[in-house]
Design a protein around this ligand. Structure first.
Ligand code: NCD
Length: 360
């Protein structure tokens, strides 16, 4: 049995397999309408969501399964102080698979260690969002006809934007990928992406602050919302919130064949006038998310059927003698969790928390 915490847990072959399944679902939806009959998906959403939760629910319903769950922490026992691990154990009694979104980084990972059914990370704080990346990959594949040899611009909040982190992790495994990272200095990508992914794998990337400058080079432009809810200082958000607005003038600088993605929701970073441009793919991207979640649910349930045993945590090489200082890490609120670290760079003596990947 397998859960999905990070997109890196799926090999490139598996990603390509999920894309192929999603395309087959699009071509033959009737062949899939009973595949999950008598199966239940639990959607445990401790943070607001429209697309992710409802596309998970629509995905399960279109597979002939059913859905239980909650859409805000206040209507769950978390508001009484229940731990993530206990909630996951309880839902293992009622459902066959869990999709969990949580404001604390590493919370779905903690749930996956406790649950006896697969747990899918549907977004954890400013850390990861692997199923949004599945939607992004199918979109790029359908819009551009390939997933390799692309120049990808990521624009906006690269620090707190969890979709950006998972997308960089996924795309850096395809050949000929180059990133242009467009953000204000305060919102650059975090270390676990810069050092563990881009630098380690020698992926070409440049960092710029001007969208206009990057625009003519891009095959894919991934716009993001400045993540207000992740800022400690509301004034910093006010100062940065209007950093980028993609409008029809800027679209004139872009290649004729390119696509604009956005995980949505948007605030003001893409003018609604851009929606009519055939290169604006973000609403098609939301639909693709449903198909990829269908493919993922099928895969994880099939794997759980073949091999119901839980994958144990690989403790070899983990270290216990540090403290995670990331206030957004799940270990900050659930203090009985063991603090565990993995050395990610021996020469520089860098250790990262196994839950949130921040440096100790
Ligand atoms: C994203 C998220 O929740 O991280 N939305 C989504 O899942 N489609 C992006 C965002 O909230 O800005």
């Amino acid at each position: 049995m397998r859960s999905l915490n990070s997109i890196l847990e799926l090999s490139v072959e598996e990603l390509d397999g999920l894309i192929a399944t999603a395309k087959d679902i699009i071509a033959h939806p009737e062949a899939y309408q009973d595949k999950c009959a008598h199966k239940k998906l639990a959607t445990l959403f401790f943070e607001p969501s429209t697309r992710t939760r409802l596309s998970f629910e629509a995905a399960m319903l279109e597979l002939g399964g059913s859905v239980i769950g909650f859409s805000e922490a206040s209507s769950s026992s978390a508001s009484k102080g229940e731990s993530v691990a206990d909630t996951a154990k309880i839902l293992s009694c009622y459902a066959d698979i869990i999709a969990m979104r949580h404001p604390k980084e590493g919370a779905p990972f903690v749930a996956s260690l406790a649950a006896s059914i697969p747990v899918i990370n549907a977004g954890d704080g400013g850390h990861n969002h692997p199923t949004q990346t599945l939607a992004d990959l199918l979109t790029i594949s359908r819009e551009m006809g390939r997933l390799d040899n692309l120049t990808i611009g990521l624009c906006g909040d690269l620090k707190y934007g969890r979709t950006v982190h998972s997308l960089i992790e996924a795309m850096s495994r395809y050949s000929g990928i180059r990133f242009i990272l467009i953000s204000p200095a305060e919102l650059k990508i975090p270390g676990f992406i810069r050092y563990n992914v881009l630098e380690r794998k020698h992926i070409p990337y440049t960092e710029v602050s001007s969208l206009d400058e990057a625009m003519p080079q891009l095959d894919v432009l991934y716009m993001t919302r400045i993540q207000r809810e992740r800022f400690d200082d509301p004034w910093e958000y006010e100062r940065l919130k209007d950093s980028y607005v993609l409008d029809t003038e800027k679209m004139k600088l872009a290649k004729e064949r390119m696509c604009v993605l956005h995980p949505l929701p948007r605030v003001n970073e893409i003018s609604v006038k851009v929606d009519d441009d055939p290169r604006a793919a973000y609403f098609r991207q939301a639909l693709n998310g449903k198909y990829m979640r269908m493919a993922l649910i099928l895969k994880l349930l099939e794997e759980a059927k073949q091999n119901p045993a839980k994958q144990p945590l690989e403790v070899e090489g983990l270290e216990y003698d540090r403290v995670c200082r990331n206030p957004k890490c799940i270990t900050q609120t659930e203090q009985e969790l063991p603090q565990l670290f993995r050395c990610t760079d021996k020469a520089a003596d860098i250790h990262r928390c196994i839950y949130c990947e921040q440096r100790a």
